[in-house]
Design a protein around this ligand. Structure first.
Ligand code: PMV
Length: 313
Protein backbone atom coordinates (compact mmCIF):
# COMPACT_ATOMS: atom_id res chain seq x y z
CA UNK A 1 0.00 0.00 0.00
CA UNK A 2 1.03 3.67 -0.39
CA UNK A 3 -0.33 4.64 3.02
CA UNK A 4 -1.53 2.57 5.98
CA UNK A 5 -2.94 3.56 9.35
CA UNK A 6 -2.95 1.64 12.63
CA UNK A 7 -4.76 2.74 15.78
CA UNK A 8 -4.97 1.86 19.45
CA UNK A 9 -6.08 3.61 22.63
CA UNK A 10 -5.23 4.27 26.26
CA UNK A 11 -5.94 1.98 29.19
CA UNK A 12 -6.36 2.30 32.93
CA UNK A 13 -6.28 -0.24 35.73
CA UNK A 14 -9.63 -0.04 37.50
CA UNK A 15 -8.85 -2.51 40.30
CA UNK A 16 -5.87 -4.69 41.18
CA UNK A 17 -2.68 -2.70 40.55
CA UNK A 18 0.20 -4.10 42.63
CA UNK A 19 -1.84 -7.08 43.90
CA UNK A 20 -1.88 -8.36 40.27
CA UNK A 21 1.91 -8.86 40.60
CA UNK A 22 1.19 -11.43 43.35
CA UNK A 23 -1.37 -13.45 41.41
CA UNK A 24 -4.51 -11.50 42.35
CA UNK A 25 -6.98 -10.47 39.63
CA UNK A 26 -7.13 -7.03 38.04
CA UNK A 27 -9.84 -5.22 36.07
CA UNK A 28 -8.49 -3.07 33.24
CA UNK A 29 -10.47 -0.68 31.09
CA UNK A 30 -9.82 0.36 27.51
CA UNK A 31 -10.14 4.15 27.18
CA UNK A 32 -11.24 4.40 23.59
CA UNK A 33 -11.28 8.14 23.11
CA UNK A 34 -7.63 8.75 24.04
CA UNK A 35 -5.93 7.48 20.93
CA UNK A 36 -2.63 6.63 19.34
CA UNK A 37 -2.38 6.67 15.56
CA UNK A 38 0.47 5.44 13.37
CA UNK A 39 0.60 6.40 9.70
CA UNK A 40 3.01 4.67 7.34
CA UNK A 41 3.73 6.28 3.98
CA UNK A 42 5.80 4.81 1.17
CA UNK A 43 8.86 6.94 0.29
CA UNK A 44 12.01 6.67 -1.81
CA UNK A 45 14.27 7.84 1.00
CA UNK A 46 15.74 5.76 3.85
CA UNK A 47 13.39 4.55 6.59
CA UNK A 48 12.35 7.56 8.68
CA UNK A 49 10.25 8.08 11.78
CA UNK A 50 8.44 11.05 13.33
CA UNK A 51 7.24 10.97 16.94
CA UNK A 52 6.98 13.39 19.85
CA UNK A 53 10.48 12.30 20.92
CA UNK A 54 12.31 11.92 17.66
CA UNK A 55 12.19 12.98 14.03
CA UNK A 56 14.75 11.50 11.66
CA UNK A 57 16.24 8.31 10.25
CA UNK A 58 15.13 5.10 11.95
CA UNK A 59 18.74 3.98 12.43
CA UNK A 60 19.55 7.22 14.28
CA UNK A 61 16.91 6.75 16.99
CA UNK A 62 18.23 7.42 20.51
CA UNK A 63 18.59 4.67 23.11
CA UNK A 64 15.35 5.30 24.97
CA UNK A 65 13.42 4.70 21.77
CA UNK A 66 15.16 1.49 20.80
CA UNK A 67 12.22 -0.64 21.99
CA UNK A 68 10.27 0.74 19.03
CA UNK A 69 13.27 0.37 16.73
CA UNK A 70 13.65 -3.26 17.79
CA UNK A 71 9.95 -3.89 17.19
CA UNK A 72 10.10 -2.44 13.66
CA UNK A 73 13.20 -4.48 12.87
CA UNK A 74 11.58 -7.67 14.18
CA UNK A 75 8.46 -7.17 12.05
CA UNK A 76 10.40 -6.26 8.90
CA UNK A 77 12.58 -9.35 9.33
CA UNK A 78 9.60 -11.64 9.95
CA UNK A 79 7.78 -10.25 6.92
CA UNK A 80 10.97 -10.31 4.75
CA UNK A 81 10.67 -6.57 4.07
CA UNK A 82 13.99 -5.30 5.48
CA UNK A 83 14.77 -3.02 2.55
CA UNK A 84 11.48 -1.23 2.09
CA UNK A 85 11.47 2.62 2.28
CA UNK A 86 8.82 4.38 4.31
CA UNK A 87 8.07 7.10 6.82
CA UNK A 88 6.41 6.16 10.11
CA UNK A 89 4.47 8.92 11.85
CA UNK A 90 3.44 8.30 15.46
CA UNK A 91 0.76 10.61 16.88
CA UNK A 92 -0.34 9.93 20.44
CA UNK A 93 -2.81 11.66 22.74
CA UNK A 94 -1.71 9.43 25.63
CA UNK A 95 0.61 11.11 28.13
CA UNK A 96 3.62 8.94 28.96
CA UNK A 97 4.48 7.58 32.41
CA UNK A 98 0.97 8.10 33.80
CA UNK A 99 -0.12 4.44 33.87
CA UNK A 100 -2.20 4.92 30.72
CA UNK A 101 -0.36 2.43 28.56
CA UNK A 102 1.32 4.85 26.15
CA UNK A 103 4.23 2.58 25.18
CA UNK A 104 1.99 -0.45 24.61
CA UNK A 105 -0.45 1.70 22.61
CA UNK A 106 2.36 2.88 20.34
CA UNK A 107 3.51 -0.71 19.83
CA UNK A 108 -0.01 -1.97 19.04
CA UNK A 109 -0.80 0.88 16.60
CA UNK A 110 2.57 0.41 14.91
CA UNK A 111 2.14 -3.35 14.48
CA UNK A 112 -1.36 -2.87 13.07
CA UNK A 113 -0.11 -0.17 10.67
CA UNK A 114 2.83 -2.26 9.44
CA UNK A 115 0.71 -5.37 8.84
CA UNK A 116 -1.82 -3.23 7.01
CA UNK A 117 0.94 -1.57 4.97
CA UNK A 118 2.26 -4.97 3.87
CA UNK A 119 -1.29 -6.31 3.47
CA UNK A 120 -0.63 -9.18 5.85
CA UNK A 121 -3.24 -10.80 8.15
CA UNK A 122 -2.70 -10.24 11.88
CA UNK A 123 -4.29 -12.36 14.60
CA UNK A 124 -4.82 -10.98 18.10
CA UNK A 125 -2.33 -13.42 19.64
CA UNK A 126 0.24 -12.43 17.01
CA UNK A 127 -0.38 -8.78 17.87
CA UNK A 128 0.22 -9.43 21.59
CA UNK A 129 3.32 -11.52 20.90
CA UNK A 130 4.86 -8.70 18.86
CA UNK A 131 3.83 -5.96 21.31
CA UNK A 132 5.72 -7.90 23.95
CA UNK A 133 8.97 -7.42 21.97
CA UNK A 134 9.11 -3.68 22.67
CA UNK A 135 7.34 -3.90 26.04
CA UNK A 136 9.95 -6.41 27.29
CA UNK A 137 12.68 -4.10 26.09
CA UNK A 138 11.18 -1.01 27.72
CA UNK A 139 9.72 -2.43 30.94
CA UNK A 140 11.78 -5.53 31.72
CA UNK A 141 9.14 -8.03 32.78
CA UNK A 142 5.70 -6.67 31.90
CA UNK A 143 2.59 -8.69 32.73
CA UNK A 144 1.11 -8.13 29.25
CA UNK A 145 -1.83 -6.31 30.82
CA UNK A 146 -1.11 -3.04 28.98
CA UNK A 147 -0.91 -4.48 25.46
CA UNK A 148 -4.01 -6.62 26.10
CA UNK A 149 -6.07 -3.61 27.20
CA UNK A 150 -4.91 -1.03 24.65
CA UNK A 151 -5.94 -3.49 21.92
CA UNK A 152 -9.26 -4.47 23.55
CA UNK A 153 -12.76 -3.09 23.10
CA UNK A 154 -14.22 -4.42 26.34
CA UNK A 155 -13.10 -4.29 29.99
CA UNK A 156 -10.66 -7.07 30.85
CA UNK A 157 -10.37 -9.45 33.78
CA UNK A 158 -6.69 -10.18 34.07
CA UNK A 159 -4.85 -12.79 36.11
CA UNK A 160 -1.15 -13.24 35.36
CA UNK A 161 -0.52 -16.26 33.18
CA UNK A 162 -4.22 -17.02 32.65
CA UNK A 163 -6.42 -16.56 29.63
CA UNK A 164 -7.96 -13.09 29.32
CA UNK A 165 -11.66 -12.70 30.04
CA UNK A 166 -13.94 -9.75 29.39
CA UNK A 167 -16.08 -8.13 32.09
CA UNK A 168 -19.64 -7.30 31.07
CA UNK A 169 -21.02 -4.03 32.44
CA UNK A 170 -24.80 -3.92 32.64
CA UNK A 171 -25.49 -0.27 33.45
CA UNK A 172 -23.88 3.01 32.55
CA UNK A 173 -21.80 5.23 34.87
CA UNK A 174 -18.92 7.64 34.31
CA UNK A 175 -15.25 7.72 35.12
CA UNK A 176 -13.22 10.88 35.51
CA UNK A 177 -9.53 10.41 34.84
CA UNK A 178 -7.38 13.22 36.21
CA UNK A 179 -3.70 13.60 35.39
CA UNK A 180 -1.75 14.96 38.37
CA UNK A 181 1.04 15.97 35.99
CA UNK A 182 3.43 14.06 38.26
CA UNK A 183 5.24 11.18 36.55
CA UNK A 184 4.12 7.79 37.82
CA UNK A 185 6.92 5.64 39.22
CA UNK A 186 5.80 2.10 38.56
CA UNK A 187 9.24 0.50 38.93
CA UNK A 188 9.95 2.21 42.24
CA UNK A 189 6.44 1.53 43.56
CA UNK A 190 6.66 -2.19 42.67
CA UNK A 191 10.01 -2.39 44.52
CA UNK A 192 8.53 -0.55 47.50
CA UNK A 193 5.63 -3.01 47.78
CA UNK A 194 8.07 -5.91 47.52
CA UNK A 195 10.12 -4.61 50.45
CA UNK A 196 6.94 -3.96 52.48
CA UNK A 197 5.93 -7.57 51.93
CA UNK A 198 9.31 -8.77 53.14
CA UNK A 199 9.01 -6.83 56.40
CA UNK A 200 5.33 -6.70 57.41
CA UNK A 201 2.38 -9.07 57.52
CA UNK A 202 -0.07 -6.17 57.15
CA UNK A 203 1.25 -5.65 53.61
CA UNK A 204 0.32 -9.25 52.83
CA UNK A 205 -3.20 -8.65 54.14
CA UNK A 206 -3.46 -5.46 52.04
CA UNK A 207 -2.54 -7.39 48.87
CA UNK A 208 -5.18 -10.03 49.62
CA UNK A 209 -7.81 -7.35 50.30
CA UNK A 210 -6.98 -5.57 47.04
CA UNK A 211 -7.59 -8.89 45.27
CA UNK A 212 -10.90 -9.35 47.13
CA UNK A 213 -11.92 -5.85 46.08
CA UNK A 214 -11.28 -6.68 42.42
CA UNK A 215 -13.50 -9.76 42.75
CA UNK A 216 -16.31 -7.78 44.44
CA UNK A 217 -15.91 -5.00 41.84
CA UNK A 218 -16.52 -7.49 39.04
CA UNK A 219 -19.79 -8.49 40.71
CA UNK A 220 -20.80 -4.84 41.14
CA UNK A 221 -20.17 -4.16 37.44
CA UNK A 222 -22.34 -7.11 36.50
CA UNK A 223 -25.18 -6.12 38.81
CA UNK A 224 -24.83 -2.35 38.30
CA UNK A 225 -24.19 -1.65 41.98
CA UNK A 226 -22.12 1.50 41.48
CA UNK A 227 -22.53 2.71 45.05
CA UNK A 228 -20.74 -0.35 46.37
CA UNK A 229 -18.23 -0.08 43.52
CA UNK A 230 -17.36 3.44 44.72
CA UNK A 231 -16.85 2.15 48.27
CA UNK A 232 -14.54 -0.55 46.93
CA UNK A 233 -12.53 2.13 45.09
CA UNK A 234 -12.13 4.15 48.30
CA UNK A 235 -11.13 1.04 50.20
CA UNK A 236 -8.55 0.14 47.55
CA UNK A 237 -7.15 3.67 47.63
CA UNK A 238 -6.70 3.38 51.42
CA UNK A 239 -4.95 0.04 51.05
CA UNK A 240 -2.66 1.36 48.30
CA UNK A 241 -1.87 4.43 50.42
CA UNK A 242 -1.01 2.13 53.35
CA UNK A 243 1.32 0.20 51.06
CA UNK A 244 3.04 3.53 50.38
CA UNK A 245 2.31 3.91 46.66
CA UNK A 246 -0.02 6.93 46.75
CA UNK A 247 1.10 10.57 46.63
CA UNK A 248 -0.17 13.63 48.57
CA UNK A 249 -1.68 15.03 45.34
CA UNK A 250 -3.47 11.74 44.63
CA UNK A 251 -4.80 11.71 48.21
CA UNK A 252 -6.00 15.30 47.84
CA UNK A 253 -7.64 14.62 44.46
CA UNK A 254 -9.41 11.55 45.88
CA UNK A 255 -10.79 13.58 48.77
CA UNK A 256 -11.90 16.44 46.47
CA UNK A 257 -13.60 14.02 44.08
CA UNK A 258 -15.59 12.45 46.91
CA UNK A 259 -16.63 15.72 48.52
CA UNK A 260 -17.83 16.88 45.08
CA UNK A 261 -20.15 13.98 44.44
CA UNK A 262 -18.00 11.06 43.24
CA UNK A 263 -19.08 7.62 44.47
CA UNK A 264 -15.43 6.66 44.93
CA UNK A 265 -11.91 7.49 43.83
CA UNK A 266 -8.50 5.87 43.69
CA UNK A 267 -5.13 6.06 42.02
CA UNK A 268 -4.63 3.98 38.88
CA UNK A 269 -1.52 2.09 37.78
CA UNK A 270 1.79 1.99 39.60
CA UNK A 271 1.13 5.18 41.61
CA UNK A 272 3.51 7.60 43.40
CA UNK A 273 2.17 10.02 40.76
CA UNK A 274 0.26 9.50 37.54
CA UNK A 275 -3.53 9.63 37.43
CA UNK A 276 -6.52 9.49 39.73
CA UNK A 277 -9.80 7.90 38.68
CA UNK A 278 -13.19 8.84 40.15
CA UNK A 279 -16.56 7.16 39.61
CA UNK A 280 -19.77 9.15 39.18
CA UNK A 281 -23.35 8.11 38.50
CA UNK A 282 -23.98 10.78 35.86
CA UNK A 283 -22.11 12.97 33.41
CA UNK A 284 -22.96 16.24 35.12
CA UNK A 285 -21.30 15.13 38.36
CA UNK A 286 -18.35 13.83 36.35
CA UNK A 287 -17.92 17.30 34.82
CA UNK A 288 -18.19 18.90 38.27
CA UNK A 289 -15.48 16.62 39.64
CA UNK A 290 -13.27 17.23 36.58
CA UNK A 291 -13.65 21.02 37.00
CA UNK A 292 -12.70 20.92 40.69
CA UNK A 293 -9.64 18.79 39.97
CA UNK A 294 -8.50 21.16 37.21
CA UNK A 295 -8.93 24.08 39.64
CA UNK A 296 -6.73 22.21 42.10
CA UNK A 297 -3.89 21.53 39.72
CA UNK A 298 -4.82 18.57 37.48
CA UNK A 299 -3.06 19.12 34.14
CA UNK A 300 -5.75 17.27 32.19
CA UNK A 301 -8.99 15.38 32.76
CA UNK A 302 -11.04 12.98 30.65
CA UNK A 303 -14.60 11.78 31.17
CA UNK A 304 -15.21 8.26 29.95
CA UNK A 305 -18.49 6.34 30.06
CA UNK A 306 -18.06 3.12 32.01
CA UNK A 307 -19.81 0.57 29.83
CA UNK A 308 -19.47 -2.54 27.70
CA UNK A 309 -19.05 -1.78 23.97
CA UNK A 310 -22.43 -3.32 23.16
CA UNK A 311 -24.20 -1.40 25.93
CA UNK A 312 -27.31 0.39 24.70
CA UNK A 313 -28.27 3.81 26.02
O1 PMV B 1 1.63 2.04 35.91
P1 PMV B 1 1.06 0.97 35.05
O2 PMV B 1 -0.26 1.28 34.43
O3 PMV B 1 2.05 0.39 34.08
O4 PMV B 1 0.63 -0.23 36.01
C1 PMV B 1 1.51 -0.95 36.82
C2 PMV B 1 0.74 -2.05 37.47
C3 PMV B 1 1.46 -2.77 38.58
O5 PMV B 1 0.56 -3.71 39.10
C4 PMV B 1 1.86 -1.82 39.69
C5 PMV B 1 2.71 -3.47 38.08
C6 PMV B 1 2.47 -4.62 37.10
O6 PMV B 1 3.46 -5.03 36.46
O7 PMV B 1 1.36 -5.15 37.02
Amino acid sequence: LKTAIGKSHAKIIFFGEHSVVYGQPAICLPISKIQTKVTITKTNAPQTIQSRYFDGKLIDMPNNETGIQLLIKTILTELHQENVSFNIKIQSEIPSERGMGSSAATAVALIRALFHFFEQPLSHSELLRLADVSEQYIHGNPSGLDAATVSAKAPIWFIRGRRLQTVPITKNAFLVIADTGILGQTGLAVQHVKSQLASSTSAETAIERLGENAKSARECLTTGNFKKLGTLMNNSQNLLAKLGVSHPTLDLFAQLAITNGALGAKLTGGGMGGCLIALTQDKKTAQQVADILIKNGAVNTWIEPLKSPDHKG
